[in-house]
Design a protein. Structure first.
Length: 468
């Protein structure tokens, strides 16, 4: 067994809600990521600048306190202000090296107590006088240090006042810079994540609220289609209201066109029937071959007019949304008519119903046309009894007509649906009744089925769309 999953592109094209949500959520995610990257970068730059500024401050203090003793040795006139320099392996270190005449470095002339027995290994390049260089070097315990250095020149206290060059170095563990950045990034992404989640929730709520008018429009259209109303009712936002007004205008124009066409068809039928009646009356009572020919052709013309008028009226009415007809009043009226028409046969017509409130989604004349022909056909063939059942099956209206007549052979059932075809030429009729039912039923998207009846005759099952 295989399952076909629609592609995302098809789903997005078919759903306005998904497109709005996806666009908003993508924009929120991109904005959050860019904001997090930018803020993290700015904070990292700020902490790095502050880290190196502090090292340069210590470097300036070291240069200010560097002095010669009377014996020509070098010392610091005052201790560094940061107590971490006095704590072994505290992560903050300083070192003073003497630079020889050839530019070679003599390491470890003076160093902070925090270095203990270690000596900072510095790059081989020596800064020019007054320059400050920054480096990353290895420190005690395999740590990585951020280092700043500069070279200063001092005159010793001897009578020769010789100049001596010293390399001043201050370094600190980079973890003092990285750990605040990591803590800040953790809090930053947590905060941005909560912000993004809140914005996503607001976006979902906003989209759902924004699409409420469309859901109302959908319900209004369903009401029109189901026959509850003839036009879209209710007030909608300014962006949707023009569409609603245009649609109501189209509905009104469509109903007007259908009514005009129906009136014209009726006028045409009346105009044709009058000359046909005159012709029929002119040959009535005459026993010539011409009179019989004219009379038969007039009858054929009348049947054809009735057939095509019924079909054209049904074709027009099925295109009118919002039209529905109660079934039981129509059936009760037809039963009364059939009892009067076939009063001489004393046929019993019985109605059974599971729901007397069912509605036919169409016009009353079309329902009368279909049920009238079915009942008339049943009355012609029934012996004593006809049963009419009305039920709702899977959102469809089902009408069953059973009679206790002789029935129709299974091979003949499809043929009687053709225009002019009759099961028994001896029985009066035009052969158009079931054909009219079949055509109108098809226009409404229904079904017409024949079967053997429990009463011994024919069962006709008519299935039509309905609304509750």
């Amino acid at each position: 067994m295989s399952f076909r999953v629609p592609s995302l592109s098809i789903t997005l094209r078919s759903s306005l809600r998904l497109r709005l949500l996806l666009g908003t959520l993508v924009w929120i995610a991109v904005s959050i990521m860019v904001a997090g990257w930018a803020l993290g970068g700015l904070f990292r730059q700020h902490v790095a600048a502050q880290f190196h500024a502090e090292l340069r401050t210590h470097l300036d203090q070291l240069a200010a306190h560097l002095a010669f003793e009377q014996d020509g040795s070098v010392s610091l006139s005052a201790a560094q202000s940061d107590p971490r320099f006095s704590k072994p392996y505290s992560g903050v270190y300083w070192q003073i090296d003497q630079v020889g005449h050839a530019g070679k470095n003599v390491s470890g002339l003076l160093r902070s107590r925090s270095l203990w027995d270690d000596v900072l290994e510095v790059p081989s390049d020596t800064p020019m006088n007054g320059e400050i260089h920054q480096h990353r070097v290895s420190g005690p315990g395999d740590t990585t240090l951020g280092m700043v250095e500069r070279v200063v020149i001092l005159e010793d206290g001897t009578p020769a006042r010789a100049e001596r060059r010293f390399r001043l170095i201050v370094a600190a563990d980079e973890r003092q810079m990285l750990e605040p950045v990591e803590r800040f990034n953790g809090m930053l992404w947590l905060t941005l994540g909560l912000l993004g989640g809140g914005l996503a929730l607001v976006a979902v709520i906003q989209v759902l609220i924004a699409l409420v008018p469309l859901r109302r429009l959908h319900r209004a259209l369903a009401a029109v289609r189901g026959g509850t109303t003839l036009d879209l009712e209710g007030r909608f936002p300014g962006e949707v209201q023009p569409l609603v007004e245009e649609f109501n205008t189209v509905l009104a124009q469509n109903a007007e066109v259908v009514e005009r066409a129906r009136t014209q068809a009726g006028n045409l039928a009346h105009a044709l029937k009058t000359p046909l009646s005159v012709i029929a009356n002119a040959v009535n009572g005459k026993d010539s071959e011409l009179a019989h020919l004219v009379s038969s052709q007039v009858e054929v013309a009348r049947r054809q007019i009735d057939y095509h008028l019924s079909r054209s009226r049904a074709a027009a009415s099925v295109r009118i949304p919002g039209v529905r007809t109660p079934v039981f009043p129509v059936l009760e009226g037809l039963v009364r008519v059939m009892k009067r028409i076939h009063a001489d046969r004393n046929i019993e017509l019985v109605m059974h119903a599971t729901n007397e409130q069912v509605m036919f989604r169409g016009e009353e004349q079309d329902l009368q046309e279909m049920l009238g022909n079915l009942l008339d056909n049943a009355c012609k063939w029934a012996a004593r009894r006809i049963e009419i059942s009305v039920a709702v099956e899977e959102q469809s209206l089902t009408i069953i007509v059973d009679d206790d007549g002789c029935g129709i052979a299974e091979a003949e059932r499809q043929r009687v649906l053709n225009r002019g075809e009759r099961a028994d030429e001896m029985t009066p009729g035009s052969g158009l009744g079931l054909a009219i039912v079949n055509d109108v039923m098809r226009l409404y998207g229904g079904r017409l089925e024949f079967d053997d009846s429990g009463l011994g005759g024919l069962r006709v099952k008519l299935t039509l769309p309905m609304t509750n």
